[in-house]
Write a protein that binds this ligand. Structure first.
Ligand SMILES: [Zn+2]
Length: 90
């Protein structure tokens, strides 16, 4: 490390609006940037070909028709009632 001679003192920043009173700011609650809510893509739940409709997701046995269960790694979950079935693959 080389010692450099101290440079000329930087000019002090011009006092801008020095007379302005400092407003006391309350600590505001910072809102977390929310990720945009993902809407369910309904068209992905069905497969339609030639007038026949196939449902690609399991339907919730508790909620009945129209309530599809989310597919996770090893389970299906109903977002409506919370019903979960585990795929037992051993
Ligand atoms: Zn359900």
């Amino acid at each position: 490390m080389s010692k450099q001679p101290a440079p000329a003192p930087a000019p002090a920043p011009a006092p801008a609006e020095a007379a302005a009173p400092v407003e006391e700011k309350k600590p505001e609650k910072k809102e977390k940037p929310k990720a945009p809510k993902r809407r369910i893509q309904v068209h992905k739940l069905y497969k339609a070909d030639d007038g026949s409709l196939t449902r690609l997701r399991k339907e919730c046995p508790r909620c009945g028709r129209g309530y599809f269960m989310a597919q996770h790694g090893d389970r299906h979950t109903c977002g409506h009632c919370g019903f979960t079935t585990y795929a037992s693959k051993a």
